[in-house]
Design a protein around this ligand. Structure first.
Ligand code: URA
Length: 188
């Protein structure tokens, strides 16, 4: 299926209760040919209002880390979330909401075919890498699954709450740059 058709279908989704309270579906943004994908948890208030991922304070911080390793949303990556609609009061997405939403992400993976997937925070990491993964202990490590390299790093919102963790996240982006240099063809 074509990426634009997938997007239009996703924007009309009513497969879980979050459709009742959302303002906009946040399908994701970036280039559909990206070799590197970033996956967050779900839209917050700013994202819900604008229909774009990571556009609030944590998004600004994410952009700084991305820029530090020459990654840009409009150039060489794609950013999406586990759930495409905002959970009320920013609560964790419920298991049934994730289950309902995951087919959209699977289709995004199928079309984009990333070589590297970076999970931003616990929810994405436990959903996509391993249910008992500890982001604090295992951030920056690469896990191979079906020929794709997965890595977890700290969620930028966690870094805003706890700035002492920022150097840990920076190391992860440096490791990411090395991995890109090793296995990607056209990211840099
Ligand atoms: N936090 C997320 O996990 N995703 C967003 O899109 C914004 C904030």
């Amino acid at each position: 299926m074509d990426f634009e058709i997938l997007k239009q279908e996703c924007l009309a989704c009513r497969k879980c209760g979050l459709c009742e309270t959302r303002t906009n579906v946040v399908f994701g943004m970036g280039v559909p040919t990206a070799e590197v994908m970033f996956i967050g948890e779900g839209p917050g208030q700013n994202e819900d209002e604008q229909g774009l991922p990571f556009v609030g304070r944590s998004g600004k911080l994410l952009d700084q880390y991305l820029e530090a390793v020459d990654l840009y949303r409009d150039k060489n990556i794609f950013i999406a979330n586990i759930v495409k609609c905002r959970p009320p009061q920013n609560r964790d997405p419920l298991p049934e909401e994730r289950e309902a939403c995951l087919p959209w992400l699977r289709e995004q993976f199928r079309i984009i075919r990333p070589k590297i997937v970076v999970c931003l925070g616990r929810i994405a990491a436990q959903q996509l890498i391993r249910p008992d993964l500890s982001v604090t202990k295992e951030h920056g490590q690469f896990f191979e699954k079906n020929g794709v390299q997965f890595m977890a790093t700290l969620h930028p919102a966690a870094l805003l709450r706890n700035p002492r963790q920022k150097p840990m996240a920076f190391e992860d982006f440096v490791a990411l740059r090395e991995k890109i240099n090793q296995i990607c063809d056209h990211t840099y």
